[in-house]
Design a protein around this ligand. Structure first.
Ligand code: NAD
Length: 500
């Protein structure tokens, strides 16, 4: 649909028939007890559908189906080239369903339809296709041992993978788990967030349409403390790929300890530092970049550069520039293709974000742009792009992840202080350094304790590079060939070679 108007999208949204049932063993099923919960859209409070409220019994059925599919070898035992073909077909089906998936994503979690169309759907498809392409290009190893033996180092799928994902990029986060886990030959049980279950369920249908055998990919929607906990504690799940908060990531490790020591790979929160040095090339570009990156997705990004550290000599000018950027990201109707910022995911998130804005003011930071709820008359949850100046690193708004469109500006005197402030965080997901000095760029990139460091940019991202954090931002790495490590076991096979 070219150039659809907001009216077109609203009409399509009104006509959508959404199926909220679980997807187990290749088919849609109601929860065993028949329980469901109502899912409302954050854009205007409309009721989208009733969603299956899966609990331990449903999770057990999904894990049994995944295990049976794995043991049958109908996926894991398939020649790599055949698995690749089906995964590529799955990626094509995602692209073919682009508008439907984008609409579901926008209605479900509030992001602008233009981002769902141009970022979320194509990125999810590219991720699946990229791992599909890798399947028949990754070789195993032969160890450099002596002549009287041969040692093979081979990769095997771990078995049944639980993928537990958040609501901020529902499709992309699911794809980051599904791509490498399925390509490696595992079966997957996906638990989407209760705040955004619909695209995950459609993805499972598309996978089966593409020819991926039933049972290989199951989806159990439900609450974290019910479906999520049952899945993470299940004795027949071999690994958890978790993306979510640091608080729940901690629980994942406990669940593994209390059950079968399943492998846990956590991708958690962040409070990424964006450092503007006094030898920055273009202050204007730095201000536009930080605003674009922080306000994207309503600020609900794990890697949002929410702590902006600016050299004291440039700080006033920078604050003026970034404040001037803020209104350009003002929230609008997410179903209007010109809107750049949508709705926060729900009322709880709205309250959290407004609570942080109040805390910033109470602790003495100056709110220089935004700071208010808007569009309340729509029934949705919108907050203005907000900028705080005069923030110190121990204030709540600098220490904690807000997950909303709130940017904090902190000042520093020199490079050593910038590094010290940036690293004084429980998190270590990403960082950015803006300088024209090449040695300084390298020196600072090395000193920053973060999984990704950007120099003079923040926007580059690609499936080819690992994504994950240091410290309490987690231990796993999504994306790139390194993600295969999470979903495969290494096996050593020794063969004795007798002398002639
Ligand atoms: P969350 O931790 O509340 O929930 C994540 C998932 O865990 C959801 O599916 C939820 O239902 C489930 N869950 C909740 N409680 C559970 C429990 N007791 N047992 C088992 N499962 C449970 O996180 P969220 O609010 O959905 O997502 C936001 C968080 O995700 C932020 O902290 C953000 O930084 C993080 N995140 C990290 C990355 C990354 O790659 N590092 C990417 C996106 C989001």
């Amino acid at each position: 649909m070219a150039e659809a108007t907001a009216r077109d999208w609203h009409a399509r949204a009104a006509a959508l028939a959404i199926d909220g049932r679980a997807f187990i063993d290749g088919q849609r099923v109601a929860s065993l007890g028949g329980a469901s919960f109502d899912k409302f859209s954050p854009i205007d409070g409309r009721l989208m559908a009733a969603v299956a409220r899966c609990e331990a019994g449903d999770v057990d059925a999904a894990v049994r189906s995944a295990r049976a599919a794995f043991d049958s070898a109908r996926w894991a035992g398939m020649p790599p080239a055949a698995r690749k073909k089906l995964l590529l077909r799955f990626a094509e089906k995602i692209l073919a369903a682009r508008e439907e998936l984008a609409l579901l994503e926008t209605l479900d979690m509030g992001k602008p339809i233009r981002d769902a169309l141009s970022v979320d759907v194509p990125s999810a498809a590219r991720c699946i296709a990229w791992y599909a392409e890798a399947v028949d290009k990754v070789y195993d190893e032969i160890a450099p041992t002596g002549r009287n033996a041969l040692a093979l180092i081979t990769r095997e799928p771990v078995g049944v993978v639980a993928a537990i994902v958040p609501w901020n990029y529902p499709m992309i986060m699911a794809a980051w788990k599904l791509g490498p886990a399925l390509a490696a030959g595992n079966s997957v049980v996906l638990k989407p967030s209760e705040k955004s279950p619909f695209t995950a369920l459609r993805l499972a249908e598309l996978a089966v349409d593409a020819g991926i055998p039933p049972g290989v990919f199951n989806v159990v929607p439900g609450y974290g403390h019910e479906a999520g906990e049952a899945l993470a504690l299940h004795m027949d799940v071999d690994a958890i790929g978790f993306t979510g908060s640091t608080r729940i990531g901690r629980r994942m490790l406990e669940y593994a300890g209390r059950s079968n020591l399943k492998r846990v790979f956590n991708e958690l929160g962040g409070k990424s530092a964006f450092i503007v040095m006094d030898d920055v090339g273009s202050l204007e570009r730095a201000a536009a970049t930080v605003a674009g990156s922080l306000f994207f997705n309503q600020g609900e990004s794990c890697n949002a550069p929410s702590r902006v550290l600016v050299h004291e000599g440039l700080a006033d000018e920078f604050v003026a520039m970034v404040s001037a950027q803020a209104p350009k990201h003002a929230p609008g109707d997410p179903l209007d293709e010109t809107t750049v910022m949508g709705a926060l995911v729900d009322f709880t998130q709205l309250r959290t974000v407004l609570g942080y804005i109040e805390a910033g003011q109470a602790e003495g930071a100056r709110c220089v742009a935004g700071g208010r709820q808007v569009r309340a008359e729509t029934g949705g949850f919108y907050v203005e792009p907000t900028v705080f100046d005069g923030v110190t690193n121990t204030m709540k708004i600098a220490a904690e992840e807000i997950f909303g469109p709130v940017l904090s500006v902190l000042r520093f005197r020199d490079e050593a202080e910038a590094i010290a402030i940036a690293n004084a965080s429980q998190y270590g997901l990403q960082a950015s350094v803006w300088t024209e000095n090449l040695s300084r760029a390298h020196r600072m990139a090395r000193a920053l304790r973060a999984g990704t460091v950007h120099v003079n940019q923040y926007d580059e991202d690609d499936i080819t590079v690992p994504f994950g954090g240091f410290k309490q931002s987690g231990n796993g790495r999504d994306k790139s060939l390194h993600a295969f490590d999470k979903y495969s076991e290494l096996k050593t096979t020794w063969l004795r070679i007798d002398p002639a």
